[in-house]
Design a protein around this ligand. Sequence first.
Ligand code: NAD
Length: 261
Amino acid sequence: MSEGVRYPGVVLITGAAAGMGAGHARALAERGVHVCVADVADTAEVVAGIRDAGGAASGHALDVTDPAAWARVVDEIRAAHGALGGLVNNAGISRRLEFLDTSDEVWERVMLINLFGPFYGMKAVAELMRDSGGGSIVNISSISGQIGYFSPAYSSSKWGLTGLSKSAAGNFAKWGIRVNSVHPGLVDTALLDGADAFVQAAVRSIPAGRTARPEEITDVVLHLLSDRSTYMTGSEVTVDGGLVSNGLYHRIVTDSGGDLS
Ligand code: NAD
C-alpha cells in the first residue's frame, strides 16, 4: 500500500472487464480497495485475477445504458457493503466516423453509452455515496471532449460528459461528493484496434512522442479517488503527452526540419 494515501473502501468501475477499466480495478485492489467490477462483458476473469492476487472484488453485470440495471447494482453494493466511496464512469465506445458517415444509430448508441450511461450512474449512486459520508466520482472523458474532433458522435458525447461532470460537481458538493473528469489522449487499448494509420499520424503531433500506457491514466484516476485530491472538484484533468496544449506547434516545428527562422 502507498504510504499515507487513503482510498475509499468500495469503488465501482464501469467497463472494467477490459482495457483501462480493468487496469484501474487491479490497481485499486492492490491498494486494499474492494472493487466492484461492472461491465456488459464477462467480468469473471478480472475478478478472479484480483482475488488470486489477494485482493477483494465482485463482478456485476451492468449495461450502463439501462437505469434499472444501475439500480440493481447499487442495491447489490448497499446489501454487501452498506457504503460506496467511489465511482469511475469508464465504460465507453469509439466510432471514428466523419460527420456524413455517422448514422443515426451510431449517434444514438455512442451518446447512450458515453453520456447517458454516466448520467444514469451518477443518479443511481449519489444517495448511497451521500449516506456513506461523501465520495469521489471520476468520469472518463477524452481530449475529444475538450477540442474539435472530426467524429461527431464521440466528440459530442465526451464534450457532454465534460459538462455533465461540472454540473454534477456543483450539485453534489453539499454531500461531500467530488466529481472530476479525466481526458486521456491516445492510450494503448483495444479501443484503438484497427486504427494503426490514424495512431501513427497522431503520434507525430504528440510532444511526448508516443501513445500513453494505460497505467499512466490509472495513476490520475487513483489520485482523484484518493485523499490527495480533496480540494479538486469540477476539474478537467488532461493526460495526453502535450497533444492538446502543444500538438499544433510540435508538428509545425518537426515538419520544418529545424528551420525556424
Ligand atoms: P476498451 O474498449 O478497452 O474497454 C471498454 C470497456 O467498456 C469494455 O470492457 C466494454 O465491454 C465496456 N462497455 C462497452 N459498452 C458498455 C456498456 N453499454 N455497459 C457497460 N460496459 C460497456 O476501452 P478503453 O480504451 O479502456 O476506454 C475506456 C474509456 O477511456 C472509454 O470511456 C474511452 O472513451 C476512454 N478513452 C479512451 C482512449 C484511448 O485511446 N483508448 C482515449 C480517450 C478516452
